[in-house]
Ligand binder design. Structure first.
Ligand code: KG4
Ligand code: ZN
Length: 342
């Protein structure tokens, strides 16, 4: 590819409707011209989690508007595009289908190439988009839906070193917030509350540290938190502000400790890497970030800006371009898929 290439990205695999325009010019870093995200947080708030049917309907309603906004913000029209990249999975199938159908329609209407992208691979390649991190690197993906260690050797070369065997850590933060009467999304609320807390007051478990390898588990922590809360309530008839802060601090410390120890093991398995990167909403947690940065030591530690750590379409456009450059093309038989790892 010898000239400037402009790629539209479309993302609709969970509860964020995204459209973005990314430009790649030879010899310079990729440029994100626009990155529109329409979050559905309010639509799902009353249900304490993402409702797939509601998400799918909202994506169907919002996707074309998001694309229009992304093109307008980038100052271009459909005819200026060189390719269209879309999340083909994994994710909630109704939403993924909405995105794939729109991308196919746009590809047919404009005659532009269509590239289906794996959502997790999009997250995993983000450090290349934002920081130009060279292969190979280790990626810890921690969000409300994902938790895994990936060794990244190329745009379509990943090795999964381990991951959660039950809940994702963001899910555990969200449930903790719910159990303590804090607002959703739970992660930022628990972090804020934990600032005034004593992480040592409650002895929360550090699941799976006794087992070799990089797998993680968070469902037991959630149960431990519920038991600790119930014990305080049974003893005193309710929770004080300090009790809540101590519970949050203890829970957060347990999550950060297990992620740090498993990261240490994953890093030990990759002696030749150029850096250690994190992505996903939970990577916003300052205690976790601090511990992981300290762990990385002299190895470059890359934490992309939050808007590119959480679900977004710029990462889909960025990866779509790389795959297109290496010859990948899809046609109208491109399938949306609910599961599978990169
Ligand atoms: O990546 P993301 O936006 O969506 C997916 O799950 O794909 O991640 C959202 C998750 C939520 O569970 C939220 O509670 C968590 O990231 N989160 C945090 C923090 N900020 C967001 N968890 C811990 N500490 C935070 N500061
Ligand atoms: Zn995601």
């Amino acid at each position: 590819m010898h000239r400037r290439q402009t790629v539209l990205g479309i993302e609709s695999s969970c509860d964020d409707t995204g459209a973005a325009v990314v430009v790649h010019a030879p010899g310079s870093a990729p440029q994100i011209l626009s990155n529109i995200v329409a979050a559905q947080t309010e639509l799902h708030a009353a249900f304490g989690g993402v409702v797939p049917e509601i998400a799918a309907r909202a994506h169907a309603e919002k996707l074309d508007l998001a694309v229009e906004d992304a093109l307008t913000a980038a100052g271009i029209t459909l005819t200026d595009l060189d390719a269209i990249a879309v999340t083909a999975g994994p994710g909630l199938i109704g939403g993924v289908l909405s995105g794939v159908m729109l991308a196919k329609g746009l590809a047919v209407a404009t005659g532009k190439p269509l590239i289906g992208v794996n959502h997790l691979a999009g997250h995993a390649l983000t450090p290349r988009l934002t920081d130009g991190l060279a292969f190979p690197y280790l990626m810890l993906l921690v969000s409300g839906g994902h938790c895994q260690f990936l060794r990244v050797d190329g745009a379509d070369a990943f090795t999964r070193l381990g991951g959660t065997i039950d809940d994702a850590p963001g899910e555990a933060f969200d449930k903790t917030a719910k159990l303590l009467g804090l607002p959703q999304p739970g992660g930022p609320a628990v972090q804020a509350e934990a600032e005034a807390g004593d992480p040592a007051r409650f002895a929360f478990p550090r699941p799976l540290l006794d087992r070799p390898g990089c797998d993680l588990s968070f469902s037991g922590l959630k149960t431990a938190l519920m038991r600790a809360r119930d014990a305080v309530v049974a003893d005193k008839g309710g929770l004080t502000r300090q009790d809540r802060a101590d519970l949050c601090a203890g829970f957060q410390a347990a999550v950060a400790d297990v992620l740090t120890e498993k990261s240490r093991r994953a890093l030990a398995r990759c002696p030749d890497i150029t850096g250690f990167a994190v992505a996903g909403g939970v990577a916003a947690n300052t205690v976790l970030r601090g511990q992981l940065m300290a762990l990385a030591g002299d190895l470059p530690f890359v934490a992309p800006p939050l808007a590119l750590c959480t679900d977004n379409a710029a990462m889909i456009a960025g990866l779509g371009y790389r795959l297109w450059e290496s010859g990948l093309r899809h046609d109208l038989s491109l399938d949306a898929y609910p599961m599978t790892e990169p």
